[in-house]
Design a binder for this molecule. Structure first.
Ligand code: CMC
Length: 389
């Protein structure tokens, strides 16, 4: 009864109207609020892009300075959050820690449940963008058995994150500015991607009118999965397993036989080169200039070349996506693979929040509640356990 269109994975169903991000997958175009990703990556900064995503337009100088100031001064978390994080097992995956700790923030800011008030919403947005790097860095230090480093509000957003991760002494932390810029660009590239799996999770959970910390925790959970944010970690494992260029042809044959996927290739929306992958390739060059090259890069380049000439990948329009090269850069920063998705989550936070804000302000939105096509039994007669066993 009732008309239901069967669309598993919502391949052809628009769940919302949105003015945040535009993608043309056939042409390989990505724009945030109408601005091409190439221009933002080259000329903007992550916090300015975050402002653009949240507010819908570029900030004036005053708005920019106030935004950066507010985010900078909300980077600290309640001391009990630290105790909470210290309770995880020594080998806890940092994404599990991030998901739990951002969800836990909802209990530290119960006022966040008042989602009808715009000032209050803006407060939570600033808090969350500010605190994600702190939580992510502490999850990293936890896995290493190192003391957590508190934020240094004299540093920029991205440099402060690097300091909380890598600072080893009382001395002021100073990162190579080319590395800071490259990481900032990576955050920009990940900042939004319209209705991807984690954003859909944020919107779906947010549609119940829960607080934004809980909605974002759902997004982190979705991003944790290997087909979404976990792909760059899987790419590195794949490259390492391939080991040498000579092994690429037999690996490709295995992919074509359906034994496994070529990780970092293919995209639900892009049926052309992912524009982010192009920018990342360039950022990789800048990073390797500082850190020295990653031997896996040669394998990745050769793999890309062979795949792009192979009928299997050509006919299915499978091109490198953002994750094909990002893991190589992260490794050059000396991030362990399980941190890669945390970096993605920090970058994606303004996008999740912009989409959440749009959702809660949209009068047409309803609680997310898809239909189903029921395939089970009906009208069975129940026999009590005492008579069945
Ligand atoms: N390697 C080999 N074959 C593939 C791949 C791949 N990476 N991706 C898709 N295919 C094949 C798939 O088997 C299918 O073939 P056939 O028509 O013969 O059954 C065809 O291409 C269409 O694929 P699909 O599974 O219908 O595509 P989808 O839109 O459901 O999946 C995807 C998109 C990204 C999940 C998928 O391409 C994939 O698993 N890629 C590898 C994982 C990855 O790199 N993920 C990162 C995505 S970008 C960042 C992010 O969103 O987090």
């Amino acid at each position: 009864p009732g008309l239901a269109i069967y669309d598993p994975g919502f391949v052809n169903t628009a769940s919302c109207r949105s003015s945040v991000t535009y993608i043309d997958g056939e042409e390989g175009i990505l724009e945030y609020r109408g601005y091409p990703i190439e221009q933002l990556a080259e000329k903007s900064s992550f916090l300015e892009v975050a402002y653009l995503l949240i507010h819908g337009e570029l900030p004036t100088k005053e708005q920019h300075d106030a935004w950066v100031h507010d985010i900078t001064f909300h980077t600290f978390v309640h001391e009990n959050v630290k105790t909470f994080m210290q309770g995880f097992r020594y080998d806890a995956h940092p994404m599990g820690m991030l998901m739990a700790s951002v969800g836990a923030l909802s209990t530290f800011y119960p006022d966040a449940r008042n989602i009808g008030d715009d000032d209050n919403r803006q407060m939570q947005i600033i808090r969350m963008i500010a605190k994600m790097p702190t939580l992510g860095a502490w999850a990293f230090r936890h896995a290493q058995g190192k003391p957590y480093v508190y934020p240094d509000n004299d540093l920029s957003y991205t440099e402060n994150f690097l300091a909380m991760l890598f600072k080893m002494s009382e001395q002021k932390y100073e990162a190579d500015e080319r590395l800071v810029k490259a990481l900032d660009v990576l955050f920009i590239l990940h900042a939004d991607h319209e209705q991807n799996c984690s954003t859909n999770a944020v919107r779906s959970v947010g549609s119940s009118q829960v607080d934004p910390y809980s909605a974002v925790a759902a997004g982190v959970g979705a991003l944790y999965g290997p087909l979404h944010g976990g792909a760059n970690e899987a790419v590195l494992r794949m490259l390492r397993r391939i080991g040498t260029k000579e092994n690429i042809p037999s690996f490709i044959e295995g992919v074509k036989a359906g034994n496994e996927k070529l990780m970092g290739f293919g995209h639900r929306v892009y049926k052309n080169y992912d524009p982010r992958a192009r920018i990342i390739k360039k950022a990789a060059e800048d990073v390797f200039e500082v850190t020295g090259t990653n031997p896996l890069l040669d394998i990745a380049l050769e793999l890309e070349k062979i795949a792009l000439e192979d009928e299997y990948f050509v006919s299915r329009k499978l091109y490198p996506n953002v994750d094909f090269y990002s893991g190589l850069i992260y490794e050059a920063f000396q991030f362990p693979p399980e941190m890669f998705t945390v970096l993605f989550a920090i970058g994606r936070t303004p996008g999740w929040l912009a989409q959440w804000l749009e959702l809660v302000q949209d009068k047409e939105q309803k609680i997310a509640r898809p239909k189903q096509i029921y395939t089970g039994d009906r009208r069975l007669t129940f026999t009590p356990a005492s008579e069945r066993w």
